[in-house]
Write a new protein. Structure first.
Lengths: 144, 204
C-alpha cells in the first residue's frame, strides 16, 4: 500500500516536471514594462518593454491595441547625421529565441489620446489577426 | 660632424621639443569631455518670439544667465521629454555639487503651429521651475534656428499626427547671449556636469 502510494506520488512529480518543461513556456513574454505619463497638455505617452520570443519561429508584431488609448503605434527614434528623427514601423520582428527591447531613444510604443484609466492599462499584441499577448500595467510617473 | 654644428642641432632639437610641449599644454586650458566650443562665438540675430506667459523673447532675453537651449516639440513622446528630463538632472547634479552658476533650460518649439504658449508652459513646467518655453511665428523661429545651425522639418504623417525631425544638439549661450558651445547627442549627464563648469568659468 505504501509502495503504491509512493508510485502515484512519483508519477505525479514526473507529470508536473513534464508540464513545467520548456515546451510549456509561453511563446512571447513581456518584461520591464513602462508606460510614461502623458505630458501635461499633451496627448502622447511612450511605452517601453522587453519582448522575448521563446518559440522556434520568428514572431512579427504587426498591431498593438489598448482600450485605454485611441491608437497605439510602433515607432522608432534614431539620430541620423545629428538629426533626431522618429518613424512609424509597420512591424516588429523578434527572431526565435531572441529578445527585443523597446527603450528610450529607440524602438518604443507611441500611445495616443488616452481615454481614461492610468492605473490599469492593457496592451494587446497581435500578429496580423492572431492574438499573441496581453500585458497589464499602470502609468509610471516621468522622472522615475 | 663638426662639434659646434652638433651642439646647435641638439639645442634646436631641445628648443623644438620644449616648444611643442608648451604649445600642446597651452592649447588645452580645460579638458572638455564632449562639449564643442565654437571657435568664433556668434551673437544672436534679431528675432521676435514669445514665451509661455506671452512675453516677448528676443536676443536680450538670453543675456544675464547661461542657457542650455534644446529644440523640440510637445507632441514628441520619446526623445524630447527624455532630453528635458536629462537636462533637469544635469541642473540638479550641478546644484548638488555646489556649482556657483546654474544654467537656465530653454525649449524652443520647432512645431509652433501646435505649440501654443499655454501648452508649452504646461509642458516645461512639468520638469521644474524656471524653464523657458519659446514659440511664435514659424518664420521667426527659423531666424533663430538658422543662426544656431539648427535644422528642422515636418516628418511623414501618421494619421492626423505628424512628427518633426530636428537637430539633436543642445546649444550653450553664455551670459552675454552669445552662442559659445554645443553638446551633440547622445547626451550624457556626467559629461554635462563635467563640462559646464569649465564652460561657465567655475572651474579652470
Amino acid at each position: 500500500m505504501k509502495n503504491k502510494a509512493m508510485r502515484i506520488l512519483l508519477l505525479g512529480c514526473v507529470l508536473l516536471i513534464a508540464a513545467c518543461g520548456s515546451d510549456s513556456l509561453p511563446p512571447l513574454v513581456a518584461t520591464d514594462v513602462e508606460i510614461t505619463a502623458t505630458m501635461p497638455g499633451g496627448k502622447m505617452s511612450a511605452g517601453y518593454l522587453s519582448l522575448r520570443n521563446n518559440s522556434e519561429n520568428a514572431i512579427s508584431i504587426t498591431r498593438v491595441t489598448s482600450p485605454e488609448f485611441e491608437a497605439v503605434e510602433i515607432h522608432s527614434s534614431f539620430i541620423e547625421d545629428g538629426i533626431s528623427k522618429m518613424r512609424r514601423s509597420d512591424e516588429l520582428t523578434i527572431a526565435a529565441g531572441n529578445t527585443v527591447t523597446l527603450q528610450r531613444g529607440g524602438l518604443h510604443l507611441m500611445l495616443m489620446r488616452p481615454t481614461g484609466s492610468e492605473n490599469d492599462i492593457s496592451l494587446n499584441f497581435y500578429s496580423e489577426e492572431t492574438f499573441l499577448l496581453t500585458v497589464r500595467t499602470s502609468i509610471t510617473p516621468r522622472g522615475n | 660632424m663638426d662639434p659646434r654644428k652638433l651642439i646647435i642641432a641638439i639645442t634646436l632639437g631641445a628648443a623644438l621639443a620644449a616648444g611643442i610641449f608648451v604649445a600642446t599644454n597651452m592649447s588645452r586650458p580645460a579638458e572638455l569631455k564632449t562639449a564643442f566650443k565654437i571657435p568664433v562665438a556668434s551673437e544672436l540675430p534679431e528675432f521676435s518670439l514669445i514665451d509661455q506667459s506671452g512675453n516677448t523673447v528676443d536676443s536680450d532675453t538670453f543675456r544675464g544667465q547661461w542657457d542650455l537651449v534644446f529644440f523640440g516639440f510637445t507632441h514628441c513622446p520619446d526623445v524630447c521629454p527624455t532630453t528635458l528630463q536629462l537636462l533637469a538632472n544635469v541642473k540638479k547634479e550641478l546644484a548638488e555639487s555646489g556649482a556657483e552658476k546654474l544654467p537656465r533650460i530653454v525649449l524652443v518649439s520647432v512645431d509652433p503651429e501646435r505649440d501654443t504658449p499655454e501648452l508649452l508652459g504646461r509642458y516645461v513646467d512639468y520638469f521644474g521651475e524656471g524653464y523657458l518655453g519659446v514659440t511664435g511665428e514659424l518664420d521667426e523661429v527659423r531666424k533663430l534656428t538658422a543662426a544656431l545651425g539648427i535644422f528642422f522639418e515636418k516628418a511623414p504623417a501618421s494619421g492626423d499626427n505628424y512628427g518633426v525631425d530636428h537637430s539633436a544638439a543642445v546649444i550653450v549661450l553664455d551670459e552675454d547671449g552669445v552662442f559659445s558651445a554645443l553638446f551633440s547627442a547622445p547626451h550624457v549627464v556626467a559629461n554635462y556636469v563635467h563640462d559646464l563648469p569649465i564652460l561657465m568659468g567655475d572651474r579652470q
